[in-house]
Design a protein around this ligand. Structure first.
Ligand code: ATP
Length: 480
């Protein structure tokens, strides 16, 4: 299946089976804003919970917070977002279409690669990164023109100058618009952590090194929103700031780079689909930075960023708020502003990663020589929306009663789904399509010997087990 078809098939599947809907669809939707349906919201919550647990439960020195989306406007002056949170963009004068410059050049480089011109493509991207790092916009425009990089809509190279476009949404706080203050919808969750650094450190009695984790909404007025939920204007981030003693940031950066990759692989996702991308263009305060990239159907793309941010953010807040942001380290008897390692992952992007990797269209070769097909979501059991589907073979003979008993026993521990309509084959297919790892069928033999047939989603293998063993089998697979 082609790249485009693959993504289109996933988008259609996500809609049909209640994972993701276009926001306000009945009004023709709102660009780059999406809603999560019954199974989507479960999957999203399971990803969140898995991340939250890995941070705040598996690390004794990390605690969580839940800060507000609105923050004092000075926060964004201090953080540099008012002045610097912008993307260089360029408009095509004929089509009026606006592009992010890096996307335009990377798209052209991809075309070169398809023609086998890898060196030229890599050289072009490297030159672009260097020019962006130096804000050499006039040179970059010249390079775009020299290579005749054209607009996909008009086909022309009639470009405006490259300009910066701030990505923050603003709004007014207060009832009378005239004298209300302009505030911003936060473009990242991290600043809520920085401004609460001392509140958390003191109230939870944390000692450096320690981390603060947060999951929450962020908003960016992205110039080019594309690839479904990969780039949205309203999205969720899962961020953790880890505060360390100055001088130890190098080793902690390595630790978190490694630790975060392990988290991804612990979901059973294949190592060869992942790679690190070390940043060439570093923010002036950053010491080191890299992205964890995953190979989507549309290429290797960033899912998570790991940044060694020095003491930049706390220092800035100290300066703008005039409140000391220092920590007293009793071990070395010194006051200092801690250095920070940040891990920042997009929840929606992780959702797309899980969904698109799980999505498979399979041909089944049956024993009688005929073939059949199925669409299956091979979602890791711990993330699957439903863990167990409970299916009585018929609606009579006391089978639903036994099925309901199993349901009542299991639903305390994990999410179950009960269904008695349609043939077993059809019911299996529906559960495959929403990624349920186990189906259990209750039949007449169950009444005689208290056994049921359990069917495994990925292998489609069926086996007979005792009802008494069912719950543990599912729990073990979720905890794996
Ligand atoms: P990109 O280069 O893709 O715009 P970024 O480098 O600006 O991303 P960060 O500011 O490092 O991203 O944000 C951390 C994470 O938040 C990203 O790795 C990504 O997973 C997620 N993220 C950022 N912007 C969006 C968006 N518009 N929609 C969905 N997720 C996003």
């Amino acid at each position: 299946m082609s790249t485009e078809n693959n993504l289109q098939a996933i988008i259609a599947h996500a809609k049909e089976y209640g994972f993701v809907f276009q926001s306000s669809e009945i009004y023709d939707g709102l660009s780059a804003v999406y809603d999560y349906g019954p199974y989507g919201s479960e999957l999203k919550k399971n990803i969140k919970d898995y991340w939250w647990k890995s941070m705040t439960q598996m690390h004794e020195n990390i605690v969580g917070i839940d800060a507000a989306i609105f923050m004092h406007p000075t926060t964004w002056k201090a953080s540099g977002h008012v002045d610097n949170f912008s993307d260089p963009m360029i408009d095509n004068k004929d089509s009026k279409k606006r592009y992010r410059v890096d996307h335009l050049v990377e798209g052209f480089a991809d075309q070169l690669k398809e023609k086998g011109e890898h060196d030229k493509a890599n050289g072009l991207v490297a030159s672009m990164e260097k020019m962006l790092a130096e804000d050499a916009f006039a040179d970059l425009k010249k390079m775009i023109e020299e290579h005749k990089i054209s607009c996909a809509v008009s086909g022309t190279c009639n470009w405006t100058d490259i300009r910066q476009f701030n990505l923050m949404f603003d709004t007014k706080l207060g009832s009378v618009t005239d004298d209300a203050d302009t505030i911003y919808l936060r473009p990242e969750t991290a600043q809520g952590i920085f401004v609460n650094f001392l509140n958390v450190q003191k109230s939870a009695r944390m000692k450096v090194p320690f981390g603060i984790a947060q999951i929450g909404k962020a908003f960016r007025n992205e110039i080019v929103a594309r690839q479904f939920i990969f780039r949205m204007r309203e999205f969720e981030q899962m961020e953790m700031q880890f505060f360390v003693r100055p001088g130890t940031e190098g080793e902690w950066y390595k630790y978190w780079k490694d630790e975060r990759m392990k988290w991804h692989l612990s979901l059973g996702l294949p190592q060869e689909k992942y790679r690190y991308h070390d940043h060439v263009k570093l923010a002036h305060y950053a010491k080191e930075a890299c992205d964890i990239e995953f190979e989507f159907s549309f290429g290797f793309k960033e899912v998570e960023g790991i940044h060694s941010r020095s003491d930049f953010d706390l220092k800035q807040h100290q300066e703008y708020s005039k409140k000391k942001q220092q920590y007293f380290d009793a071990e070395i008897n010194q006051n200092y502003i801690p250095y920070v390692i940040e891990t920042s992952i997009g929840l929606d992007r992780m959702f797309l990663l899980v969904l698109s990797h799980a999505y498979q269209e399979e041909t089944i070769h049956k024993e009688d020589g005929t073939t059949d097909s199925r669409t299956v979501l091979k979602i890791p059991a711990k993330l699957a929306p439903n863990k167990l589907a409970i299916l009585p073979l018929t609606k009579k003979d006391g089978l639903p009663e036994i099925a309901k008993e199993i349901m009542n026993d299991c639903k305390q521990d994990f999410k179950c789904y009960y269904e008695e309509k349609d043939s077993i084959g059809k019911r299996y297919r529906r559960q495959d399509a929403i990624g349920t790892p186990f189906c259990v069928t209750i039949d007449h033999q169950t009444k005689e010997d208290n056994t049921v047939t359990i069917r495994h989603r990925d292998s489609m293998v069926q086996e007979r087990i005792a009802i008494a063993d069912l719950k543990n089998l599912v729990i073990n697979s979720i905890n794996q």
